[in-house]
Design a protein around this ligand. Sequence first.
Ligand code: ADP
Ligand code: MG
Length: 410
Amino acid sequence: MKFEEFRIHPQILKSIYKAGFKKPTDIQYKAIPPILNGEDVLAIAQTGTGKTAAFVLPVLDLLIKRKIANRPSGIKCLVMVPTHELAVQITQVFTQLGKHTSLTTLGIFGGVEQEPQIQQLESGVDILVATPGRLFDLVSQQHLKLQQIEILILDEADHMLDLGFIEDIRQLIQRLPRKRQTLFFSATIDPTIKKLAYSLVHNPIRIQISPKDPVSRNVEHGVIFVAMDDKRFFLERFIQEHPKSKILVFVRTRVRAERVKKAMERVGISSLTIHGDKGQQERFSALSRFRDNEVLILIATDVSARGIDIENVDYVINYDLPEKAENYVHRVGRTGRGTRKGQAISFCSEEEKEVLQQIELFLDAPVAVWQLTQTEYAETLEFTQDTSYNWRKLLEEDDVSELKRKKRKK
Ligand code: ADP
Ligand code: MG
């Protein structure tokens, strides 16, 4: 199957080949035709399988054809995303693949000045990619009109329809024209969210791909059992033994992100952090330095990494296991993207074994255990360059007592 067979506009085809896409991925193959037909689509496909282009390509095509028909100007397509970083990324894909068209795309999100965004909106925008917060600000200030919208897309749909955003989304939908096309894209979706998604559209939704194994087949993943207070020694050793690799490390909290960074600093390893306590510019800068291989280690919390597509992340390390099982899939899916392969390793402590069970329940399969011999374990502790045991003691007490408190609450 070739992209030509979709009969998409030659100006778009040109950009597809320029991007190096030789043939459509499975989800593109299945989602593009119904979208071109104007149908509502709920598409579930594994991480890194090209979901973005699966909606960007047909949307560009539909809008070019309709634009030729010379209709009133205004935003025709609205893409909602959970984070600023993702808004930027998706805007880039629209811009890249729409380069040879006259369509314009704008990304809007909070944490940066509003004025330049308003000016751009006034100069005319066909496709708007937005996070809910800034979108609502601009709508309520009447800088943004939604009446011309023909296509609504929710990327990371399960997250967008989850508690934090659902009320915003409902309100937004009430303001949109009733006659419109709605598209949902996600790597994971649970039955409640699926029901909710169905309730938001009037046309029947087609489910394109529903993978049995939500973890991408390009990702080899496993778990090693490590005591909570030994984790940093394992991370240190892993990084030292893979000096040229690009590694994304996930931790449970913002505070822990900074702590792990400090622990690595102490043993001469430089890293960057990205999480909700950081200013927007800092977050963008950390991401772009990591993207450009300036720094090879990025320590992140869950929220900041959803949907993010960074080329050649060699390893994902779950320094802490994610508390929400589906986030396991999203985290390990930051490697093994497109046609590449990747590896993910989770550090599971005694206290986290319950969480691991929940993850396995969600995956409906066990996570492979990568056995460490006692000698290997002991070697790792000897390997460390760090001698500050007081600090180690503190960290240990802190984490264990926090987890114990949580357990008691349950
Ligand atoms: P998803 O949203 O499914 O997690 P993305 O849309 O971010 O995945 O795409 C993952 C990577 O695959 C991107 O780097 C993208 O450029 C690449 N990609 C998308 N479509 C194709 C294709 N048809 N052929 C090769 N690479 C592709
Ligand atoms: Mg995506």
